[in-house]
Design a protein around this ligand. Structure first.
Ligand code: ADP
Length: 259
């Protein structure tokens, strides 16, 4: 059996995917712990239990994510940039710009017509423009981060935040909660602030169509919509897989190629 696996140890979540002949046959997502090696072992164990596949059946495994070098059961490690590009192109072959927003960083990757990476930029210095910004705001609002997108869709008067800095925006959110502004308008403001910050990065690299979003934040429809509107073109959503899994899927595809 030519089964391949991809493991993405991210700052907030660890993901694993098993593929066979280009088909996803199982996946698992867990919270990352302090030790990447333990997170990788745990997610893989969960995935093997779920699928009934044994480790020996996996012919090749590739690791990615910030903790990739620490994974013990992989054959090789590949950068997140390459894995997200590979995974995104698998689902959206026309993708020329990939925006990956994870828990603690944001990357914009540009591809040429043949799918080769020609440029990329990363923000891993500041929480604004990363999933962390949304997590902090959701916590202040006492909602789950997964609700930010849905709630913002109901907004009629989105709030405009004066600052995109996480600390100042947090104070602003508290102020608006206290002055009883509707939660949906605050959520729409949060998503727009996030989209604004990310658009500064994407504009620095000059986006080209088609644009595709990956990473956990791509699950937030409010951010995807706000970013599409700022960039003036529709961001293609990956429908056939969870966007949070794209790095792990890319890693599994690299592994499959080498079998
Ligand atoms: P990393 O790889 O850096 O660990 P992820 O790609 O897993 O990061 O993305 C984590 C981020 O995704 C979180 O900070 C959160 O903002 C966002 N996120 C995770 N799950 C959801 C969800 N169900 N709906 C909306 N946003 C989500």
């Amino acid at each position: 059996m030519s089964i391949a696996a991809g493991v993405d140890v991210g700052s907030l979540s660890t993901k694993a995917v098993i593929i066979k002949s280009n088909k996803i046959i199982g996946f698992a997502i867990i919270k990352s712990g302090p030790k990447p090696v333990e997170s990788a072992n745990k997610v893989m164990e969960q995935l093997l239990n779920q699928t009934g596949i044994v480790q020996n059946d996996i012919k090749r495994a590739v690791g990615t994510g910030y903790g990739r070098e620490k994974i013990t059961f992989i054959d090789n490690a590949i950068s997140e940039i390459s894995c997200h590009a590979k995974g995104a192109q698998f689902f959206v072959s026309s993708a020329r710009t990939i925006i990956d927003i994870g828990g603690q960083d944001c990357k914009v990757i540009k591809l040429d017509q043949d799918g080769n990476i020609i440029k990329f930029i990363t923000n891993d210095k500041c929480a604004s423009g990363t999933g962390r910004f949304l997590d902090v705001m959701a916590q202040v609002m006492n909602i789950d981060v997964s609700e930010l997108g849905k709630l913002s869709q109901k907004s009629t008067k989105p709030i405009s935040f004066a600052s995109i800095c996480t600390v100042w925006a947090q104070a602003d959110v508290i102020k608006h909660i206290n002055s009883r502004r509707p939660a949906e308008d605050i959520c729409a403001g949060i998503n727009a602030a996030m989209a604004n910050r990310v658009s500064m990065m994407t504009n620095a690299i000059k986006v080209e169509k088609d644009i595709c979003m990956t990473g956990g934040v791509a699950k937030n429809q409010g951010v995807v919509k706000a970013l599409s509107s700022i960039l003036g073109c529709k961001i293609k959503r990956i429908k056939k897989a969870d966007p949070q899994l794209i790095g792990a899927i890319g890693a599994a595809l690299f592994a499959q190629e080498k079998i």
